[in-house]
Structure formats: structure tokens, C-alpha cells
Design a protein around this ligand. Structure first.
Ligand SMILES: Cc1cc2nc3c(=O)[nH]c(=O)nc-3n(C[C@H](O)[C@H](O)[C@H](O)COP(=O)(O)OP(=O)(O)OC[C@H]3O[C@@H](n4cnc5c(N)ncnc54)[C@H](O)[C@@H]3O)c2cc1C
Length: 383
């Protein structure tokens, strides 16, 4: 079998894997980036990159290319549409309150990954290896070795698992996980509409989960609509015309007539949290380490923070110490975001009055106390 060696193996060619390869190559390491190298399908999925991620992508020299296809999120509006007895009034958070032009920018996942892919092609410290990793062998004293389906092997003293929710790196490192599921599916689509969105992202909180419209360039928005599984199946089976009417109705026609552009997505919702974010020679980043529903635009932003933290840890210590420091550094941020998203989602799904009251009071308190409001906005923007 053909054996190759390098400084770091990054497994997985999603947005987090590409950014990990770029960040580690920037620090002078030779990186083998292993995966399918196929762009994600254009299925209406966009990602809102919050201010912290924008700064990070700027530091990698990538933001100008990404911003060309993105739209700013200047206002985040939340409307309670649960029919709850304790329904709070609509709440709007403005980026200008923090002195920012925008909380972040919304971009199609395919466009983002294309920019990251192009950057790895131009980087002479990154070797792009095509293939699936079948297994990883760890040796306490030497390099770890990965075996690919192409009958090749790669070895390195450090491996980064950016290989998503079913991570083979995580399994091979025998890192335990906690997994759970939600009775919901998210429908995604890109819609053009009659009225301007004015750079406002709107989240309706409904009993089925959040219904969110996020601005895209022009009179266009992306939709993330979480709902009970059988209803999602029904709505997904509708033709575009019938589907867009349902969306327009749910949005209370606030953006006028809507037309679906291209393909729509249908994603069952689940959650996962890794018991550790590193072990021996392996670090886990992105959805290999944590997974939760798309509420509050947190998942990929958290993944980029993993990569940034790992790169900083490796710049300050040898591999074993850096990986231990990385695990400690990421614990609070990942655990808190996972819990917050889980709690908000579950609080919508129940009509248990005390929980309804707590959610409403929580939102009202945040909205009406300026210091708390600014703190929550900063945390939300990934600072
Ligand atoms: C509807 C929706 C909306 C979202 N909106 C937002 C948002 O607004 N903001 C935000 O921050 N996040 C958002 N997210 C979350 C975000 O999309 C994810 O966190 C992010 O895409 C995960 O990237 P990743 O690179 O960690 O994983 P993935 O994109 O899953 O990449 C994993 C990669 O590893 C590869 N792989 C797997 N196994 C192997 C193997 N054995 N060998 C080689 N390669 C392998 C896969 O092929 C894949 O390319 C959203 C998610 C959903 C579902």
C-alpha cells in the first residue's frame, strides 16, 4: 500500500475542514486535506456568518471573495407566534446598537465552500487528497495512520477530524458522544419576493419550531422552516407554486408575493455532543464535535471558533499540550450554545405554561435592559 506522510491530516471537506486546512497551513504546517472535494448541493441552505466569523475569515484573506455573494444582517427581529398566553411583543435587535454595520452576513453554503476550496487550491502547503477515510490507527509514540478507500495511507503526528456528524476520526479515537433527536424536520429554500427585506432577518417562534427568513442579496431571502416531521413531508411534496403560497401565508405576506428559486432541502433535526474535543493525537472540529438545530445561526460559527482556537493552541504549545488546551478552551462555549439552542427549541414545542412564561419573561428582560441586551447581542454575534 502506498504510504505518504505530512505534518497534519485534516479529514473532511466541508466548510470547517477547508478552513482548518487553511488556518494550519497559515501557521507553516504541511497539510493533507482528505475528502470528496465535492461542493455541497444548492438546496436552499445558507449560513449566516456572524461578526466573529467575518473577522476570522478576513484574517485568512477570504472575506472579500465571500462578501461578494452575501447580504448583511442589520436587524434581527423575533416574533412570538406560539399563541401563548404570555406572548411577548415583537423584539428587534439592531447591529447599530453595538456600533456595527451588521451582526453578520448571509451566504449560500455552496458559494462559501467554493471560495474556501479555491483558496486551498492556491495554497502550496496544502495537498488535496481525494477519497474516503476508512479507519484511523493511533500509536501512542508515533504518527497516526489513516487508510483511504483508494488503497493509500497517510501518516502525521496530528489529525483533525472535520468529518461531520458520523466522524470516523471520533469513532477511531473512541471518543464517546451523547446523541438525541427532535420531532422536527427543517425545510430550506431560497425565495425571491416583492418587497425589500431591508437587511432584516425575521424569526417567527411557532409551536412547531422557528420559521426564519434571512436576507440574501437583492429581493431574496433564505428560509429555514422547522416543523413536525409528517407536516414537513407533506409540504416538501408540494410543487413550488403551492409551497411558496404556504411560505407566504406563514410569513403573513410581510415580503409580498414569493417565488421559490431552485431546489428545496429537507433535513431531519437531531443533536449530538462529543464527550471530548480532543484525544491523543486527534482534535475534533465543527459537526464532528457538536450538532444542533439551526436556531440563532450558531453551528458553523461555532465550528470556525473551534478552528481558530485549535490554531492558537498549536501556536503556543507542542501537540499533546495544545490538544489538551484546545479541549479545555472549547468546553464552555460549545456546551452553553448546545444547551441554549436545545432549551429554546424545546420551550417552543411545549405549551407547558411555566416554560412559556419563562421564555417570554427571558426575552422581555433581555429586550428591555440595555446592558443585558448589548451583552446578549455581542454573545449572539460570536464575540
Ligand atoms: C438548515 C440549516 C441552516 C443552517 N444555518 C446556519 C447558519 O445560519 N449559521 C451557522 O453558523 N450554521 C448554520 N447551520 C449549521 C452549518 O450548516 C453546519 O454547522 C456546517 O455546515 C457544518 O460544517 P462541517 O464542515 O463541520 O460539516 P459537514 O459540512 O458535514 O462536512 C463534513 C465533511 O466530511 C466529509 N466526510 C465524512 N466522513 C468522511 C470520511 N470518512 N472520509 C473523508 N471525508 C469524510 C463529508 O463528505 C463532508 O464533506 C445550518 C444548518 C442547517 C441544517
Amino acid at each position: 500500500m502506498n504510504m505518504n506522510s505530512t505534518d497534519v491530516l485534516v479529514i473532511g471537506t466541508g466548510p470547517v475542514g477547508y478552513s482548518a486546512a487553511l488556518a494550519l497551513a497559515q501557521s507553516g504546517r504541511k497539510v493533507a486535506l482528505i475528502g470528496t472535494h465535492v461542493l455541497p448541493a444548492r438546496d436552499g441552505r445558507t449560513v449566516a456568518l456572524l461578526d466573529g466569523s467575518v473577522n476570522y475569515l478576513t484574517s485568512l484573506g477570504l472575506w472579500d471573495a465571500i462578501s461578494a455573494t452575501s447580504a448583511p444582517l442589520s436587524v434581527m427581529r423575533m416574533l412570538d407566534d406560539t399563541g401563548s398566553l404570555f406572548r411577548p411583543p415583537p423584539v428587534s435587535f439592531k447591529a447599530s446598537e453595538l456600533g456595527l454595520k451588521a451582526f453578520g452576513y448571509n451566504v449560500e453554503l455552496t458559494d462559501l465552500v467554493r471560495v474556501l476550496t479555491d483558496a486551498t487550491k492556491l495554497n502550496s502547503d496544502i495537498v488535496r487528497v481525494h477519497g474516503q477515510v476508512l479507519n484511523v490507527n493511533f500509536h501512542n509514540t508515533g504518527d497516526c495512520i489513516v487508510t483511504l478507500d483508494s488503497n493509500t495511507q497517510w501518516s502525521a503526528p496530528l489529525i483533525v477530524g472535520a468529518d461531520g456528524r458520523n466522524s470516523v476520526v471520533r469513532r477511531s479515537a473512541e471518543i464517546a458522544i451523547k446523541e438525541w433527536s427532535y420531532p422536527q424536520t427543517a425545510l430550506t429554500a431560497i425565495l425571491s419576493h416583492q418587497r425589500d427585506h431591508d437587511d432584516i432577518s425575521t424569526e417567527f417562534h411557532t409551536r412547531e419550531g422557528p420559521f426564519t427568513l434571512v436576507p440574501l442579496p437583492g429581493r431574496r431571502s433564505s428560509l429555514v422552516w422547522m416543523m413536525e416531521r409528517s407536516r414537513a413531508k407533506y409540504l416538501a411534496s408540494l410543487d413550488s407554486h403551492a409551497f411558496q403560497l404556504e411560505v407566504e401565508k406563514r410569513a403573513k405576506s410581510m415580503l409580498g408575493k414569493m417565488v421559490v428559486e431552485g431546489l428545496r432541502g429537507e433535513l431531519p433535526m437531531s443533536g449530538m455532543l462529543s464527550a471530548a474535543f480532543s484525544s491523543g493525537q486527534a482534535a475534533l472540529v465543527g459537526e464532528a464535535a457538536h450538532l444542533f438545530p439551526p436556531i440563532g445561526a450558531q453551528g458553523l460559527n461555532l465550528g470556525f471558533r473551534d478552528v481558530r482556537s485549535l490554531a492558537i493552541a498549536l501556536s503556543k504549545a507542542n501537540v499533546p499540550n495544545a490538544l489538551r488546551n484546545y479541549d479545555t478552551d472549547r468546553r464552555a462555549d460549545i456546551t452553553l450554545r448546545t444547551l441554549a439552542v436545545d432549551l429554546l427549541n424545546r420551550s417552543l414545542l411545549t405549551d407547558f405554561l411555566p416554560l412559556d412564561l419563562a421564555r417570554s419573561l427571558g426575552l422581555l428582560t433581555i429586550a428591555s435592559l440595555p446592558p443585558l441586551r448589548r451583552l446578549m447581542m455581542r454573545r449572539g454575534a460570536g464575540h
